[in-house]
Design a protein around this ligand. Structure first.
Ligand code: AMP
Length: 429
C-alpha cells in the first residue's frame, strides 16, 4: 500500500481540507483529554509552515443533525413518538427537542478551536457552520499559514450518509483533501471518502504512520511474526485471526475469547465466557493454523473467580479444568511464561485485546505481563485496541512501542485485511 502523503504534493498557497479526529472526551464543556488534538498537530503545523490555507474538519460524538433537520425531530424520533400513547407524545417530543439543543451546546467544536490555538499560537478561527455563510466567509478570508475549524460535521445528516451534494460542497471550499482521521477511515462518509471524488486526496502524518507500520507488518513482516489477540469475544476477532493465519508464525489467544477454544477442545470452563455458536468455528481455526504450520497458543492455566467481581473467591487452575461455579478472568502464571517466551524472540508483534478482565486489579496481571514483554522486546511492535493501549500507557511503555494505532474499529478492519474507504480513496504514489 503506497499512498501519497502531504509531503508528496505542493501545498503552498493551496486551500487544504484536513479531516481530523477531534472526537475528544468532554465533561461540562471542558476537554478531559486532548491526546487526539495533540496527535493532529504535526500535520496541521506542517501545512501552516508550508504556506497552506488550512480548513479543519472533524466530528464529535453522535449529535442530532441540527443543520439539516433543524431542531425538529429526526425521522427515527418521530416514529418513536408516534408509537407512544397520545397523551405521552407531547412530552416525549419536548424531551427530544431539548436534547437536540443540548447536543449543539455539548458537541460543538468551539472548545477544540480554543485548544488548537493554544498549540498553534492563535492561527485558527472557528466557523459556526460547516458549508454555510460563516464557513464560506472564513475560508475566503484565510491567508497562507492560517486555519479555520468548521463546526461538527455530523451536525449535518448528509455527512454519515455520504451525500454527494454535501461532499461536493465540502470539496468546493478546497483544492486538496488530506485525510488524517484514522479512527473514521473505515467509514465512507462525506468528509472521509465522498470529498475525494472531487479534489485530489492524500494522507496526513497520522494515517501515513498507520499505513507504514500496520500495512508494512501485514505486507512484508519480519519473522518470527507473533500476533496476540485477546478481549471478550471470538466473534469480534474471527476476521483478524483468519487474515493473520496466512501471515504469522504464532497466534496467541487470551481473554474471554480463549474459553470458546478451550471448550471446543473438550475442556471444562465452568461459567467462563463462551460463544457456543462458535465452537465449530474455533475448531476450524485451530485446524487451519495447524495445517499452515502456525503455532496456535491457548492458555494452559488461568485465574478464576467465583463471581464476576474483583474480590470474589479466587483460584488458579488448569485452563481446561475450571471448577463448577467459577469463571476464568485472567491467564495464569504458566501461561504468562509460555506467552512471554513466544514474544521474546519475535521480530514483529501485533497485539490487540486484553488477556483478562483488566478493569479488575486482581485480574489485570496477564495483560500487564504481555504489555511488559512486548515493551522489552526488540521486535517491531504494533498495539491497538483501548484496553491494550491503556495497559501500555499506564505502565509508561508507550515510547517502547513502535506504533500505537489510533483507531479501534478501523485498526481491526485493517488487520482483517479489509480495504478502508478513507485510505483506499487516497492517491497512489
Ligand atoms: P474487547 O472489547 O473485545 O477488546 O474486549 C475487552 C473486554 O474483554 C474488557 O472489558 C475485558 O474485561 C473483557 N475480558 C477480557 N477477558 C475476559 C474474561 N476472561 N472474562 C470476561 N471478560 C473478559
Amino acid at each position: 500500500m503506497n499512498k501519497k502523503s502531504v509531503k508528496d504534493v505542493e501545498v503552498r498557497g493551496k486551500r487544504v481540507f484536513v479531516r481530523c479526529d477531534f472526537n475528544v472526551p468532554m465533561k461540562d464543556g471542558k476537554i478531559t483529554s486532548d491526546k487526539r488534538i495533540a496527535g493532529a498537530i504535526p500535520t496541521i503545523q506542517y501545512l501552516l509552515e508550508n504556506g497552506a490555507k488550512v480548513i479543519l474538519c472533524s466530528h464529535m460524538g453522535k449529535p442530532h443533525n441540527i443543520f439539516t433537520e433543524g431542531f425538529g425531530l429526526t425521522k427515527k424520533e418521530k416514529k418513536a413518538v408516534e408509537k407512544l400513547p397520545v397523551e405521552e407524545q407531547a412530552a416525549a417530543k419536548e424531551a427530544y427537542l431539548a436534547k437536540a439543543g443540548e447536543d449543539q451546546k455539548k458537541l460543538t467544536l468551539k472548545p477544540v478551536a480554543d485548544r488548537l490555538n493554544e498549540y498553534l499560537g492563535n492561527k485558527v478561527t472557528f466557523a459556526t457552520d460547516i458549508i454555510g455563510e460563516d464557513a464560506k466567509a472564513k475560508v475566503a478570508a484565510l491567508k497562507e499559514g492560517e486555519a479555520v475549524l468548521l463546526e461538527n460535521v455530523r451536525f449535518d445528516a448528509r455527512e454519515e450518509k455520504n451525500g454527494a451534494d454535501f461532499a461536493e460542497a465540502l470539496a468546493s471550499m478546497a483544492d486538496l483533501f488530506v485525510n488524517d482521521a484514522f479512527g473514521t477511515a473505515h467509514r465512507a462518509h462525506a468528509s472521509t471518502e465522498g470529498i475525494s471524488h472531487y479534489i485530489p486526496a492524500v494522507s496526513g502524518f497520522l494515517i501515513d504512520k498507520e499505513i507504514t507500520f500496520m500495512g508494512g507488518a501485514l505486507e512484508a513482516p519480519k519473522h518470527p511474526f507473533v500476533a496476540i489477540l485477546g478481549g471478550a469475544k471470538v466473534s469480534d476477532k474471527i476476521g483478524v485471526i483468519t487474515n493473520l493465519i496466512d501471515k504469522v508464525d504464532t497466534i496467541i489467544i487470551g481473554g474471554g475469547m480463549a474459553y470458546t477454544f478451550v471448550k471446543a477442545q473438550g475442556g471444562k470452563i465452568g461459567n467462563s465466557l463462551c460463544e457456543d455458536d462458535k465452537l465449530d468455528l474455533a475448531l476450524e481455526l485451530i485446524a487451519k493454523a495447524k495445517a499452515k504450520g502456525v503455532n496456535f497458543l491457548l492458555p494452559v492455566d488461568n485465574k478464576c473467580a467465583a463471581a464476576y467481581d474483583n474480590d470474589a473467591d479466587s483460584v488458579t487452575c488448569d485452563a481446561d479444568k475450571v471448577p463448577d461455579g467459577y469463571m476464568g478472568l485472567d491467564i495464569g502464571p504458566k501461561t504468562i511464561e509460555i506467552y512471554s517466551n513466544a514474544v521474546k524472540d519475535a521480530k514483529t508483534v501485533i497485539w490487540n485485546g486484553p488477556m483478562g478482565v483488566c478493569e479488575f486489579e486482581n485480574y489485570a496481571g496477564g495483560t500487564r505481563a504481555v504489555a511488559s514483554v512486548i515493551a522489552e522486546s526488540d521486535a517491531i511492535s504494533i498495539v491497538g485496541g483501548g484496553d491494550s493501549t491503556a495497559a501500555i500507557e499506564n505502565l509508561g511503555f508507550a515510547d517502547k512501542i513502535t506504533h500505537i494505532s489510533t483507531g479501534g474499529g478501523a485498526s481491526l478492519e485493517f488487520l482483517e485485511g479489509k480495504e478502508l474507504p478513507g485510505i483506499a480513496c487516497l492517491q497512489d504514489k
